[in-house]
Design a protein around this ligand. Structure first.
Ligand SMILES: *[C@@H]1O[C@H](CO)[C@@H](O)[C@H](O)[C@H]1NC(C)=O
Ligand SMILES: *[C@@H]1O[C@H](CO)[C@@H](O)[C@H](O)[C@H]1NC(C)=O
Length: 328
């Protein structure tokens, strides 16, 4: 049995996204919008009325994601070419990168790499994703167990925090070796900046890295840029990520359905930090955890997986596609 709905009480509209504007519940928001615009707080153009609380990203802000998007893309390349940093466009886009650890096999263990980017002045930790159709079927299965984190790997984290069992098991396979490499690079290069990146399952692993690095390297300045990330844990997990003093951004592309699974009705919640690409060049930053009120954010755009498009999972993330076949 599958959970197809994202998981709220709101019934999916037969007309999808566009009918939301005519939803009677919108009227109070329109009044608030009108009041705010009368005060000069927001633009009054009709097209903007449903952008109640989201913030439009400028072209310059969007462009700043590109190096990290290319790092996430490179994680799908083979370990040999990653070791030589000869993975084509994705590697050339970060040509000064100094790779120091490469591992995994793309099968039992997702491929990962660690290294230092002089131009970004940051240690990059990247995780490979997985076949999106397989991931979709795994994550819409109603039997998706949440479990507390391993207290050796995550010392001091409350037992109310629960994370998808498959994701945390995958993370645990490489946690110790990656942590040792990051600590070693921090001291050899002399930086506190760590950026975890990943797409799909790799995004979930990068999200887990934020808390993993926070509890194990308290002095680090931690960021994560994730792409097409499914939900990873319960509301206590989302709250922990939010309160961990990490710069966390999860970028969702158009009608991708992976970010709406597993459903909230199954006990899952995203942390804050959503950036939703509406179309190339047009993206908004969504407020709060798992924004369910703004029509431009992922939940309202894709109320059920039937309104989603798995191809959008692969991109384009501002011109960049991510997946096994884009490693050239
Ligand atoms: C927790 O992680 C540690 C360190 O990787 C490992 O040795 C231990 O077996 C793990 N415990 C469980 C219950 O998985
Ligand atoms: C933290 O790291 C991010 C990403 O590398 C960087 O943009 C930011 O300037 C860093 N903050 C500090 C205080 O060094």
């Amino acid at each position: 049995m599958a959970s197809v709905e994202e998981g709220t009480a709101r019934k999916p509209s037969p007309h999808g996204f566009s009918s939301f504007k005519c939803f009677p519940g919108m009227y109070p928001f329109l009044l608030i919008s009108a009041a705010l615009s009368a005060c000069g707080l927001i633009s009054a153009s009709p097209a903007d009325l449903h952008r109640r609380a989201v913030t439009q990203l400028s072209a310059a802000e969007l462009a700043r994601f590109a190096p990290f998007t290319q790092f996430a893309r490179a994680a799908y390349c083979g370990t040999d070419i990653l070791s030589d940093w000869t993975c084509g466009e994705a590697c050339e886009a970060n040509s000064d990168f100094q790779v120091s650890l490469v591992g995994g096999d793309g099968d039992a263990v997702q491929i990962y790499y660690v290294g230092y980017s002089p131009s970004l002045e940051a240690i990059i930790v990247a995780h490979e994703g997985t076949d999106p159709t397989q991931l979709e079927s795994d994550l819409t299965d109603v039997d998706i167990p949440l479990a507390t984190l391993n207290s050796t790997l995550f010392p001091g984290v409350s037992s109310s925090v629960e994370v998808h069992t498959g994701f945390q098991n995958e993370h645990a396979l490489t946690a110790d070796i990656i942590l040792a490499e990051v600590k070693s690079l921090m001291s050899s290069v002399g930086t506190n900046n760590i950026v975890a990146v990943g797409h799909s399952l790799g995004g979930a692993l990068a999200e887990i890295d934020t808390v993993f690095f926070r509890v194990n390297i308290p002095s680090a300045n931690i960021s994560a840029m994730t792409y097409g990330t499914p939900r990873v844990g319960n509301p206590a997990w989302a709250a922990l990520v939010d309160s961990s003093d990490v710069n966390f951004k999860r970028i969702d592309n158009m009608q991708d359905l992976i970010p709406i699974v597993p459903g909230r009705s199954l006990g899952y919640e995203h942390p804050a930090g959503e950036i939703h690409i509406l179309s190339p060049g047009d993206a908004v930053s969504c407020p709060g955890d798992d924004d369910a009120t703004d029509a431009d954010c992922q939940i309202e755009s894709v109320p059920t997986i039937f309104q989603g498009n798995i191809l959008d999972h692969l991109g384009p993330y501002e011109g960049i596609y991510i997946g096994t076949i884009y490693c050239t």
